[in-house]
Write a protein that binds this ligand. Structure first.
Ligand code: ATP
Length: 368
């Protein structure tokens, strides 16, 4: 069993400039055996620190970490049965690919035939068979990344830890490597913990995603759950691209009254859940892809209509992004490229009534 558990983990760094700085503020979670879990969040949120504490490269200030059945708080990294793949690959430049792959096993003084077998297996899984006698500098970025992954595979660890492994690759290669990593996970059936600041990477790779901000876990959920039911405005704005729009609103007599003057009847379920907000400010969240031009709105979208002056239109080929202002806030709609849009004109948009999110403006938590 290679589950990983964090129990009330706190990490305080002592820093000359900042003094004591709490980078992780009491994290608890369980990563199940064979699960692919992604830590995601903006720069400085504590994701790398969390990963390094699993590896044993950083010691938590308090709390317990378990890998499998063992509490590993006091175990040296090499005794934790994990393998880590870094952003910069960390290959040995003077060694061949075969030597790079076998380095860890040679250090462990494993029998020669076992080393050969494992190197052969890993290189065939990763398509590195033809490159074993080359040096790292004779490989492309993607191939080097594969060697770094191969080095982890040959160790046959309980848990794989990936620290932004694709960030040095160009966009096209990143997409290709993403597919390869997802396939690799299926094939190895291993527990993988993966750090990225890229929400698209998190959504495509993670079976579950841990969203972090400023040292605190905001939500742990599957990609679809994060997208459909974000816990709060941070998660709502972080997951999805372009980001979810927030519109200032009030609830009154079963209607939503939006900043700027438009009103529409609330769907029944929302009206019930929002009863306590009657007459009070509230924030409406709506994703760009759930706003349609009136001429092309599907029937199910309902009667949540909004009129606004179109300010900017970006034609992206497969879709257009239309920008307009509602009250103080700029709103983005991701519409069909053939929707007739006139710059500066007043136009009616339809919000998909089944896809609206409502947040408390004070706590920023989801209401419904
Ligand atoms: P990034 O995406 O930029 O790598 P991250 O989410 O991985 O960010 P961490 O590297 O975990 O963030 O850092 C979390 C916070 O802890 C940051 O504010 C960082 O400056 C601070 N920090 C990290 N390592 C140390 C250290 N050794 N000493 C002092 N502060 C540190």
């Amino acid at each position: 069993m290679a589950r990983v558990e964090f129990k009330n983990i706190v990490k305080v760094y002592e820093d000359e400039k900042r003094g004591s700085f709490t980078a992780v503020k009491g994290s608890s979670f369980v990563i199940e055996d064979r699960e692919f879990v992604v830590f995601v969040g903006p720069s400085g949120c504590g994701k790398t620190t969390s990963l390094r504490m699993i590896a044993g490269l950083e010691r938590q200030t308090s709390g317990d970490i378990r890998i499998g059945e063992r509490v590993v708080n006091d175990l040296h990294p090499k005794d934790r049965d994990i393998a880590m793949v870094f952003q910069d690959y960390a290959l040995y430049p003077h060694m061949t690919i075969a030597e790079n792959l076998s380095f860890g096993l040679r250090n462990l003084k494993r029998p020669k035939d076992e080393i050969e077998r494992k190197v052969k297996e890993a290189s065939s899984i990763l398509g590195l068979g033809d490159m074993l006698s080359r040096k790292p500098r004779e490989l492309s970025g993607g191939q080097r990344q594969r060697v770094a992954v191969g080095r982890a595979i040959v160790r046959d660890p309980q848990v794989f830890l990936f620290d932004e492994p694709l960030s040095n690759l160009d966009a096209k290669l990143r997409i290709q490597m993403r597919v390869e990593l997802a396939e690799l996970h299926k094939r190895l059936g291993a527990t993988i913990v993966y750090v990225t600041h890229d929400q698209v990477e998190a959504m495509t790779l993670g079976e579950r995603i841990v969203v972090m901000n400023e040292g605190e876990i905001q939500q742990i959920a599957s990609p679809t759950e994060l997208y459909n039911k974000p816990n709060n405005m941070f998660v709502a704005g972080f997951i999805g691209s372009p980001a979810m729009n927030f519109i200032d609103a009030r609830i009154g007599g079963g209607q939503a009254l939006l900043a700027g003057g438009t009103a529409f009847p609330l769907p029944e379920a929302a009206a019930r859940a929002l009863g306590a907000y009657e007459g009070k400010p509230i924030v409406l969240g709506v994703r760009p892809e759930h706003i349609y031009g009136e001429a092309m709105a599907p029937d199910r979208a309902g009667s949540a209509k909004l009129e606004a002056h179109v300010q900017v239109v970006e034609q992206l080929g497969a879709e257009s992004l239309v920008y307009f202002r509602v009250g103080e806030r700029m709103v983005t709609a991701r519409v069909h490229p053939e929707l007739p849009v006139a710059l500066g004109a007043r136009q009616t948009f339809v919000l998909d009534a089944a896809k609206l999110h409502w947040f408390d403006p004070q706590t920023e938590q989801r209401i419904v």
